[in-house]
Write a protein that binds this ligand. Sequence first.
Ligand code: COA
Length: 693
Amino acid sequence: MPTHYRRDGDVALLEIDNPPVNALDLRVRAGLEAGLRRAADDPAVMAVVLCGARACFPAGADINEIASGAAFHSPILLELQAQMEALGKPIVAAIEGAALGGGFELALTCHGRIAAPEARVGLPEVKLGLIPGSGGTQRFTRLAGPAATLEALTSGAQLPAARALAIGLIDAIAPDTVRAAVQWARRLAGGEPLPALARAREDKLAVPEPDLFAAFRAAHARAFRGQLAPWRIVDAIEAACTRPALEGFQLERQWYLECRESPQCKALMHVFHAERAARRVPQAGPQVAPLPIERVGVVGAGTMGAGIAVCFANAGIDVTLLDVSREAVALGLERVGALYGESVERGKLSGEQAEAARARIRGAVEYSALGDVDMAVEAVFEDPALKCQVFERLDRSTPPRAILASNTSTLDIDRLAARTTRPQQVVGTHFFSPAHVMKLMENVRGRASSPQTLATVMALARRLGKIAVLAGNCDGFIGNRMLQYYGAEAERLLEEGATPEQIDGVVEAFGFAMGPLAMRDLAGNDVGWAIRRNRALPADERWSPILERMAAQGRLGRKSGRGFYLYEGRERRSDPQVLALICAVSRELGIERRELGEAEILARLLHPLINEGAKLLAEGIAARAGDIDVVYIHGYGFPAYKGGPMYWAEQEGLAKVIDTLEQLAPSHGARWGPCAHLRAAAARGGWECLTRR
Ligand code: COA
């Protein structure tokens, strides 16, 4: 049974035991109902403690049941909560591990909550396109007040126990959590004043500033754009503060059901599963043990190198940051210092944590400093000859066991592997910029990369807190190979009559974090141009001259204060000179500029992604369509609530995607022709037929 009933003297312990995360599926709920009934009926039981097996409080409702509808089979969570509140005996939650979603909603229904020091609590439903549906918004607000609740529930944050205690969500922190909860429950039964149930509390409901909700909505309008759940969460918290209790609970349920039916919820569930499926690498099954990585070398102390060093150090791994000169190394360490300064300023790390992590990074100019590393990551400029040289030197100076990884975003891993005596230990680890912030790690499998090398870099990504996808080796791998036509198309649109503001506006309205031209400015137009120069182009294709000209004029992007836009800090402004440059290019190419509609701009940017994605699947560069979605969401700002480009294409209908490509192909070139694999997937009802297991 996934729920155990035990007695500790006069206290009944209800323990939920449903591996891996004790999700509250129907069997668990049935067990809880029976256990609560038994505790209520037994006169020898004076109090109840709710806890989870394997030091893990339930991490939520069962996500698969939410999708299938089984979460609505009685007893539902709301019925259990009513049973708990009517128990007539004190009930205390002993929280170890992660108490999330429905799990935390159960804890919030208890009289009190004691958590382990390392426990985390939260209501992360927004990440699944949902709002908490079992009183979570109402009880959380009653315990923590509206301001803290707005932040926590719209971000879906998992709060550390100390923070949860500070804002009133839990009552105490105790290392021997279950024992402490049993003792407290016993004291409550013995006459210690019983804390009021959250449902009945009103003392924190006063709104500190009259315009709290309006100001919060305005401040988050851009972040929440296009989504339903975060807005509904704000509505529900406002209802907790302004409506009678019963009405607040009813509205929350109504909005939960609305969100659950939304396409956004379905898309985010797809992303949840895709992120986890991406970890399963067909080339390295669970029987392959990853190698331990405790010391790494990072070669190249530029922006990427410094960011990568910080990722490792934050995960407790010692780093040697190497560059060619003392000045370059000093600059790199300065960059590292600045990144830690920022982390402390933003409250991501405490001063001590930052100092401890920073102390794990030391600089070096000699390759001999890498004599004891388990792995080296090359992060030098994107120049094939330079990278080959670095790999030769790494092969000579690192221990034979060490893995040699390249942070290249496009170059051939096999060419680098060929410069070493250990091609089986050579792999790509493509971090995204800024490396210490971006979640994605696109690991790249060379022809000779061994299963253990692959298992090691996939496990490493988890340790670094990254979401990993394994790509095959080709020009641009998954992300940049798809992006090259997306980026090229943005420049074609400019040549034909669109402005940077119009293109970025359409893409950002679709939900991308950033449009393609703003993204170019962020990455650097000189870098974009340098990458492009190294890439082969099909005979019938041409690159637009716009990017080269931007780079030649010193319009490098944000770093030079001007690119496709003018920059003051993070603010971007239009630059009439850019439009003049674009119009000059149109004239030179003999293109008569015209008005372009939003629909055309969006179609022309998204469809090349999908056509190329189908080819990546067929070639085995990506193992699953979901891998491509994960890459685009976490590396390129595709809106997660639209599920990623491949999921989006399936929702649009692959037949419709083919129609659009066919309409565009005659006037826009051969690569617009739908590829055979896309046609095959359309005929067989989806991408599944191209999946590798
Ligand atoms: N329901 C069903 N299965 C769940 C689940 C849930 N709520 N939460 C996690 N799982 C499954 C995962 O799919 C994964 O399965 P797999 O091994 O077959 O891939 C397994 O549990 C482990 O989860 P994973 O995320 O890989 O482990 P982790 O240690 O990195 O993280 C959590 C653990 C609980 C923090 C994380 O899984 C999580 O955030 N879960 C969702 C919590 C949530 O949103 N709850 C509210 C639901 S309404």
